[in-house]
Design a protein around this ligand. Structure first.
Ligand code: IFM
Length: 446
């Protein structure tokens, strides 16, 4: 049996460090018949957008199998489960609450509580109701206020059954991939859209934080951001400038307004038509204090100078990569955490996602995903190193509990520590899941 190891005196070996698994509604639920359509339903129905032409209609059928899935979560021994709520399942088109959706999530939250598993709830993990996109989606400032209204209804419905609320998951992906690069729903490819959508998402976050503070002051409230640290290809000044620019554009753009109340200085260098429209008071709303910051990390990116566009991402040859093509470079994880801690006054940090896509190998009924075990081993150690350098990290969530719908990649890329056979919906805990369970079980009270 392959093991996950941690340095001897690491706080990550204590039961006070939170371990969890994470999922998202659209990626696992299915159960489309009981909710409104969302932008990902529309995107999946658009030819050529999803690598295997699949959709989220059934996914892992978690909507009908949640009891069994919570048994699996419980059997892993985790302290916490990070799930997201589906906005189109909870709010009807007229803005009223959908009781069917409320009772579905209440059942899950109650079962988690009975099992002693803390619910870390993400309020938006990309499944925007389609009718809101028809009104402009995240390009429309009004969507931020619709989100605030949805959050208020949710909080009043679920109250103290939730341990922690994250407003958004990875606003970079919603804004850049969805509105600028066009590779995620809703599929707009326009350089003038990305930062505008980002601003409205961040505004939605700030408005939701106000609502959470008012109606849910006892939950831990924050946001989840993803980071792909930017490295220069060489030590040349030009490559370093390229990497810094890319870092501001893709990473700092989302954390700096929240923690410092302003966008990176490169905003001034962007052509006017690319800049967000910032109204008086917006930055104060966006920079509400957080109870926690969720950080998602998978890989790094390497940049070189490019005359036309300042930066150009390059693919290094001969490096280890996961099945989705992302370089395995755990050192960047430690460096990221330490550099954020140096740069900002961070609230307590949770690693809300980390994991690897691997093509799983089945040997004698065992899912022998030893490459994933290695990935977790290296990345858990990278987190432990950041803690030893003073970063206040409280918990770690593996992405993902189980194989699921990996957005534009469809079902071909598997991130789970539990294998899903999509024909039978049979679940099998992989070697990585067993190793994670053993690590969690081996902790001691300190
Ligand atoms: O599957 C996604 C998840 O929904 C958001 N963070 C990255 C994961 C892997 O791509």
């Amino acid at each position: 049996m392959m093991k996950l190891s941690l340095p001897k005196n690491s706080p990550m070996r204590s039961t006070s460090f939170t371990y969890g698994v994470a999922t998202a509604s659209f990626q696992i639920e299915g159960g489309v018949e009981d909710r409104l359509p969302c932008i990902w339903d529309t995107f999946c129905a658009t030819p050529g957008k999803i690598a295997d032409n699949s959709n989220g209609d059934i996914a892992c059928d978690h909507y009908h199998r949640w009891q069994d899935d919570i048994e699996i979560i419980s059997s892993l021994g985790v302290d916490a489960y990070r799930l997201s709520l589906s906005w189109p399942r909870l709010i009807k088109k007229d803005g009223s609450i959908n009781e069917l959706g409320v009772s579905y999530y209440l059942s899950i939250l109650n079962r988690l509580r009975d099992k002693g598993i803390k619910a870390y709830v993400t309020l938006y993990h990309w499944d925007l109701p389609q009718h809101l996109e028809d009104d402009g989606g995240w390009l429309n400032r009004a969507t931020a206020y619709k989100f605030q209204d949805y959050v208020k209804k949710v909080v009043l419905a679920f109250g103290n059954k939730v341990h922690s609320y994250a407003t958004l998951n990875e606003p970079f992906c919603s804004a850049y991939l969805g509105y600028e690069a066009g590779i995620h729903a809703p599929g707009h490819a326009d350089v003038n859209y990305g930062k505008k959508a980002a601003h409205h998402l961040l505004l939605a976050h700030g408005l939701a934080m106000e609502t959470l503070k008012k109606y849910s002051p006892d939950t831990e409230n924050g946001i989840v951001l993803n980071f792909t640290p930017a490295y220069p290809e060489t030590d040349s000044v030009r490559d370093k400038i390229a990497a810094e620019y890319a870092d501001d554009y893709f990473n700092q753009w989302y954390i700096k307004p929240i923690l410092d109340g302003e966008y990176p200085a490169i905003n001034q260098q962007l052509p006017k038509e690319q800049q967000p429209e910032i109204l008086p008071g917006d930055m104060e709303i966006i920079s509400q204090p957080l109870d926690f910051l969720g950080i998602n990390f998978y890989t790094r990116a390497v940049y070189r100078h490019n005359l036309a566009n300042i930066y150009e991402e390059i693919q290094l040859p001969n490096v280890d990569r996961t099945d989705i093509g992302w370089e395995i470079y755990p050192q960047a994880f430690t460096e990221l955490l330490v550099s954020l801690d140096t740069r900002y006054t961070l609230p307590p940090v949770f690693i809300t996602e980390n994991g690897a896509a691997m093509a799983d190998i089945c040997i004698n009924g065992e899912v022998a995903d030893y490459g994933r075990v290695d990935y977790y081993d290296q990345h858990l150690s990278a987190v432990a190193q950041a803690i030893s350098q003073g970063v206040d990290i409280k918990g770690y969530f593996a992405w993902s509990l189980m194989d699921n719908f990996e957005w534009a990649e469809g079902y071909r890329k598997r991130f789970g520590i539990v294998h899903v056979d999509y024909e039978t919906q049979c679940r099998t805990i992989k070697a990585s899941g067993l190793a994670y369970r053993n690590l969690i079980a081996s902790r001691t009270d300190k």
